[in-house]
Design a protein around this ligand. Sequence first.
Ligand SMILES: Cc1ncc(COP(=O)(O)O)c(C=O)c1O
Length: 375
Amino acid sequence: MKVEFYGHVRQYRSVQAEIDAKMKEVLLSGQYVQGPMLKAFEKQAAAYFGSKHAVGVANGTDAIWLVLMALGIGPGDEVITHPNTFFATVEAIWIAGATAVLVDCDPATKCIDPALIEAAITERTRAVIPVHFYGQCADMPAIWEIAARRGLQVVEDDAQAIDARGDTFRPGERSAAVATSFIIQKNLGCFGDGGMVFTDRDDINATVRKLRNHGSDRRDHHSFGFNSRLDDLQAGVLSAKLNHIAAWSDRRIAIAARYTAGLKDVRAVTPPVVRKGYRHVFHLYVIETKDPAKRDALLNFLAERGVDAKTHYSIAIHKQEGFPWGKPVRIAGTVKNAERNAASCVSLPMYPELTDEEADYTIARVLEWDAANAG
Ligand SMILES: Cc1ncc(COP(=O)(O)O)c(C=O)c1O
């Protein structure tokens, strides 16, 4: 059996009529940039995710730095995040001109460890970017408490966790903004690049809207800005897909439960941890080899048997070649958990269209490897 890592075409086929109808509507409207479909999708997304405003932008990276810029965060300011996130989180801090401060992740969830944020704060610290990593929210109640006490802005990187939440909170509830990505492999993905800023703050909404459009909110009037708009064709695709996100998240959760039950007796790998009271939407189902030196052997074993597994991400940001390329950065304390995560992570195939048979085949191959390596 061959188990693919992505199910993009399967997903398109499953909702093709709805997507095609939306795309046709855009094409026949003649309005492809900042047109009615983008406005409608922004309204739909804001309502669905319980945010006052939603602003479509070109990608998830822009969503983060446009918010930092709207908050007036730039050179000389420090922004705290963790180094096992996708590269773009730190890149966005640098694009804004600020200093990235890297603290370690929690060893169980791989999200930022709130206990380490406080020790990393200096008089220059302006914001923290918790990443809802792999599809599970960071410990937001703890982060909001620290941020409120220490006067920090919170910008949530929700690129991997759209539709995730905690039983007692929703992303963005007490943050300046939530930034997300709609690149195709995300849980809500368009047919290319896209991103969105969710915010309850009128000032951030107004500023990001201007910044994404050459600093303009009226014809011929400009202040400094950029071109970072979500186009209407992508908005149409996303609008059709948003109607299915709850069911797709539920299916991801069911596949994850199947994986975890199947792997309950493993000894050479560790299945992912779900925090109690958190809706982990499993953008990725990531196991770790207990011995990091054996990680690549597991990947090869699976590949030889037709299971396409990947790593997210095998090189922590501060270990990238040439890091930090002259960019401002401070590593606060040791980041051993993040480094271990990078060395031992293996992402198994995970998408709503994955069949139970494919999941069971994948489980069986991991169990085979585990039995041979558990000694
Ligand atoms: C955690 C995280 N942050 C930011 C991004 C950046 O999003 P984009 O690729 O749309 O710029 C991604 C994904 O690509 C991501 O996984």
